[in-house]
Design a protein around this ligand. Structure first.
Ligand code: C2E
Ligand code: MG
Ligand code: MG
Ligand code: MG
Length: 287
C-alpha cells in the first residue's frame, strides 16, 4: 500500500513514518500503564523431548511468553511491544513482573517441570539481573534448577567481559542459560566457545525449511553436532509438522518446541500437564 502511493518518490514515505512514530509513542504511553491495569499476562508453550511421534515426545517444561491485551487494539505481539519496552526502559519493571509471575506460577505446579523465560538485552545489561533472579527465586521458592533464562546473542555483543561475568554468576545460582534464536543474528561460533550456555535453541527459520531445502537440514545437523560437542543440549523451535519432528529426533536433537506439540496458551489450558488433573478434564471438554 505504501509502495503504490509513493512510487518514484521518497518524500511520500514521510507521513507513514510519522504515523509509525506516533503509533509507537502512543503504544509506549499505554504500555507504561499495562502492568497496573492488569493487561499483561503469560502464555506457556510446551517443550518436549524429541520423539518419533507427538505421543512419544514427553513434555518436560514450558517457555513463558508475554502477552498484552490492549483495551482498544486487542492482542499486541511481543515482537512489537518488547522492543518499545526496551527503548523506553520500561522493560526493567516489566521484566521483573514477568520473571516473578513465571516463577510463582511454576512453583505452584504439582509437577516440578522446567520453565524458561526470555530476558531482553536491556534487562540483562542494565538492571541487576543476578540480584533480581536470586531474590525472586527466594521469594517464590522455585528450585533454581527448574528455571532457564533465554537470551539472544545480541545480549552479549556489547560488553564481552561483563556478559561472561553475569552468565557465570547466574549459573552459580543454579539456573540454566539457553541461547535463543541461534543462527538468526550475528551468531558467531566464538560465542558458543566463550559463554557457558546449557542449551542452544535452533531458530525457527531453519526448522521451517527442513524438508524444503537441503541446506537447512545440513545446518540443523551441524548445529546439533556442534552443540553436543560443546556439551550443550539442543532444542528446535517452531516445529509444526510430523516430518520436522521425526527428522529432528532421528538426528539426535534433544528437545522440540512448536505448534505441533502445543501453542502458547494460558497455563490453565495445560493444567493436566502440570499436574492439576481436574481442570484438565474441563479444558479438554470445553476446548
Ligand atoms: P522467542 O523467544 O524466540 O519465542 C518463540 C516465538 O515463536 C513465540 O512468539 C512463539 O509463539 C512462536 N512460535 C512457537 N512455536 C511456533 C511454531 O510452531 N510456529 C510459529 N510460526 N511460531 C511459533 P511470540 O510469543 O510472538 O514471541 C515473539 C518474541 O518476543 C519471542 O521470541 C521473544 O523474543 C519475545 N518475547 C516474548 N515474551 C517475552 C518476554 O516475556 N520477555 C522478553 N524479553 N521477550 C519476550
Ligand atoms: Mg525464547
Ligand atoms: Mg526463540
Ligand atoms: Mg524468536
Amino acid at each position: 500500500r505504501a509502495k503504490q502511493k509513493s512510487r518514484g518518490t521518497i518524500s511520500l514515505y514521510q507521513p507513514e513514518m510519522d504515523q509509525q512514530i506516533r503509533d509507537r509513542r502512543v503504544l509506549h504511553q499505554d504500555l507504561s500503564m499495562a502492568i497496573r491495569n492488569g493487561e499483561l499476562s503469560l502464555a506457556f508453550q510446551p517443550q518436549a523431548i524429541a520423539g518419533h511421534s507427538v505421543a512419544e515426545s514427553e513434555i518436560i517444561g514450558f517457555e513463558a511468553l508475554a502477552r498484552w491485551q490492549h483495551p482498544v487494539r486487542g492482542q499486541v505481539s511481543p515482537a512489537e511491544f518488547i522492543p518499545i519496552a526496551e527503548e523506553s526502559g520500561l522493560i526493567v519493571e516489566m521484566g521483573e513482573w514477568i520473571l516473578r509471575q513465571v516463577c510463582r506460577e511454576a512453583a505452584s505446579w504439582p509437577k516440578p517441570l522446567q520453565v524458561a523465560v526470555n530476558l531482553s538485552p536491556a534487562q540483562f545489561m542494565h538492571g541487576d539481573v543476578v540480584g533480581l533472579v536470586h531474590s525472586i527465586l527466594l521469594e517464590t521458592g522455585l528450585a533454581p534448577g527448574r528455571l532457564e533464562l533465554e537470551i539472544t546473542e545480541g545480549v552479549l555483543i556489547g560488553d564481552f567481559d561483563r556478559g561472561l561475568a553475569l552468565l557465570r554468576r547466574l549459573k552459580a545460582l543454579g539456573v540454566r542459560i539457553s541461547m535463543d534464536d541461534f543462527g538468526s543474528g550475528y551468531s558467531s561460533l566464538s560465542y558458543l566457545q566463550a559463554f557457558p550456555f546449557d542449551k542452544i535453541k535452533i531458530d525457527r527459520a531453519f526448522v521451517i525449511n527442513l524438508g524444503r531445502n537441503p541446506q537447512s537440514a545440513a545446518i540443523v545437523r551441524a548445529v546439533i553436532d556442534l552443540g553436543h560437542g560443546l556439551e550443550m543440549s539442543i532444542i528446535a523451535e517452531g516445529v509444526e509438522t510430523l516430518d520436522q519432528l521425526t527428522f529432528l529426533a532421528k538426528e539426535g536433537c534433544d528437545g522440540v518446541q512448536g505448534y505441533l506439540l502445543g501453542k502458547p496458551l494460558p497455563i490453565g489450558q495445560y493444567a493436566g500437564l502440570v499436574g492439576r488433573a481436574e481442570t484438565m478434564e474441563l479444558a479438554l471438554k470445553t476446548g
